[in-house]
Design a protein around this ligand. Structure first.
Ligand code: GDP
Length: 451
């Protein structure tokens, strides 16, 4: 699932990466591509429209954040909006209360995976949440339905309440509830009847069951494979009986992803679990941020972007860049810049995960030894600059012109004259590079440090 969508979005965002400056035209072109990709993935038209509009607005109005390229910022905006679309950051848990038993009503159309999901959820709750579930099927219309749940119950080792003498769904539900109370089951999962299509009779029955059982959760099982049809059914179920969440089944199939991306926005209800296979352990809590990362395929980059945003002093980076552009960059500024880079030292693991070409001009495939060397060099360089007089820091040619000044600085900083001379050489090269620099950004000017 999501492969085709993921490929297209990655391609679109990649075309932006080459740009050092994003114009409105770039953003509009990218938004057109994103819109097509989402529509092709069978995402609801209205949802796509809103999504693209929000991304466009944010991308156009984004603050100038020089430490990141504009393209990286667009990636971040698309990611943030996608997480929102999928329901926000963390997985939504089930709303258990101290009442016993807590009832979970499982609803959905026939064939959606409702009975299988009931079993999977019971198993998940028993194993991961230390609950004691009892199962009951109130699907009295298809003879095989109740048998199917019994078979699943045996397979997963979870008891199923059965009474073949009655065909009344309400009687069955009430009896199962009493049984749970008497025998100390804290959770009752009720597998309700499904139909091929939504009909009034079914809706009335489900609404009545809900009114009687006061479930803590009413979960709609949606088949991801049927895309927009699943979204339409979910919406109607929600309007008629009120849902508290969705289990999206068959996410392991080759569905295009439209249901997953539309259902939250269309129903206002979160996807709580996803089914990822026919086996009974193939159920996972739904994490919007992880799914968005999977779709955009750039999880590590996003962590990096967040860290850079946290750690780099943006005002300082801008000031330094301005000095570079004006060709007034001094050793004093260089020291300030090194301090910024020093903060990035803790990012070395993340930096190593970056795809090639994301930060232009910078080879970030550092080995641990290289990272150590880099950090040592940063410290030595700072020590050398610290040992200079203010005058020398403002005008590096003073040192270039005087061997005795260089000796004094080496002694003061505990380094060698050669190291001082190397630093001066590097600094001159850097100033020359800055004049030729075409790309903006904090990273643009730092190539010399890592090369
Ligand atoms: P119900 O009629 O809604 O109760 O649907 P069932 O639980 O009987 O499931 C219908 C079919 O979908 C069965 O063959 C299940 O094995 C299959 N199924 C259910 N969930 C999943 C899933 O997450 N992945 C896959 N691949 N198949 C599933």
């Amino acid at each position: 699932m999501f492969e085709a969508l993921s490929e297209k979005l990655k391609k679109t965002l990649k075309t932006l990466r080459g740009e050092s400056k994003l114009t409105e035209a770039h953003i509009n072109a990218a938004m057109t591509d994103i819109r097509i990709a989402l529509l092709e993935a069978d995402v609801n038209y209205g949802v796509v429209k809103q999504f693209v509009e929000r991304v466009r607005e944010k991308a156009l109005g984004q603050e100038v954040w020089q430490a990141l390229s504009p393209a990286q910022q667009v990636v971040k905006i698309v990611f943030d909006e996608m997480v929102e679309l999928l329901g926000g950051g963390a997985a939504s848990d089930l709303a258990f209360t101290s009442q016993t038993p807590n009832v979970i009503l499982m609803v959905g159309l026939q064939g959606s995976g409702k009975t299988t999901s009931t079993g999977k959820l019971a198993r998940f709750l028993a194993q991961q949440r230390k609950r004691h579930p009892l199962l009951v099927s109130v699907d009295v219309y298809r003879p095989a339905a109740r048998d199917q749940l019994s078979v699943i119950g045996k397979a997963i080792g979870i008891p199923v309440y059965e009474d073949p003498t009655t065909d009344d769904p309400f009687k069955l539900a009430r009896a199962a509830y009493r049984e749970a109370q008497l025998r100390g089951f804290d959770t009752l999962l009720v597998d309700t009847a499904g139909r091929l299509h939504i009909d009034d009779e079914l809706m009335v029955e489900l609404a009545q069951l809900k009114a009687e059982l006061h479930p803590v959760e009413t979960l709609f099982v949606a088949d991801a494979m049927i895309g927009q049809d699943a979204v339409r059914s979910a919406t109607e179920f929600h309007e008629r009986i009120g849902l508290t969440g969705v289990i999206l089944s068959k996410m392991d199939g080759d569905a295009r992803g439209g249901a997953a991306l539309s259902i939250r926005s269309m129903t206002g209800q979160p996807i709580k679990f996803v089914g990822v296979g026919e086996k009974y352990d193939a159920l996972e809590p739904f994490y919007p941020d992880r799914i968005a990362q999977r779709i955009l395929g750039m999880g590590d980059v996003l962590s990096l972007i967040e860290k850079v945003q946290q750690e780099v002093d943006e005002a300082e980076a801008l000031r330094l860049q301005q000095r570079m552009l004006e060709n007034r960059f001094t050793l004093e500024d260089y020291r300030a810049q090194l301090r910024q880079v020093g903060k990035l030292g803790s990012l070395d693991k993340l930096l190593g995960m970056l795809p090639d070409g994301l930060l232009p001009g910078l080879n970030l495939r550092l080995t641990p030894q290289q990272t150590q060397m880099m950090q040592r060099k940063l410290k030595e360089t700072e020590a050398i600059i610290n040992s200079m007089t203010k005058q020398e820091r403002e005008d590096h040619t003073l040192l270039a012109a005087s061997a005795s000044r260089r000796r004094r600085v080496a002694r003061g900083s505990g380094t060698s004259v050669r190291q001082v001379e190397e630093l001066l050489k590097e600094f001159s090269i850097m100033r020359r590079m800055m004049q030729q620099m075409t790309r903006g950004g904090l990273f643009g000017g730092l190539g010399g440090l890592f090369g």
